[in-house]
Unconditional design. Sequence first.
Length: 168
Amino acid sequence: MRRVPQTMPPPASASAALTLEVSGDAERPGAWTNARLAAEFAKATQTIRVPLKGAEGVCRCAPLLALILWARPRPSSTRRKNPLLAFTVVVEGRDGYAAAFSLGELLPDYGNRAVWVVLDRDGKSLTETEAPVRLYVPGEARPSRSVFGVRRIILTDATGPRITPGAR
């Protein structure tokens, strides 16, 4: 991953109204547009070269971890040692495709894996298919977790209470 100088935000597009929802075991769930992500995480945003469909593009990206920490994962118990290590992060695209990460693999004191929320490419808004954002996971053998058209990010404490089907 090579960093390049920051560029101006792209012009608004028809896909600008699309939102992604952060939900699940979070103190601050909510809906995010591309513009809100760019504004809220402006200081954390980096411009990097990203290979997309065989061509390299210059993309403005925010760390996925910044969005997750903003939402404040809510552990089922704070009495556990390292409660955030039991969290999963599921990123779902508008087409139903989903990929999962452990929060531990993203946290700097544990896995320290960089996962990027791509906001634009080559100074232009993402395509309708990719919008409102797409994910970029550098260093993977296959880009299987690089979800596009992200519509939902679900935070789940794997040690939280379980609902048994049919239970009331």
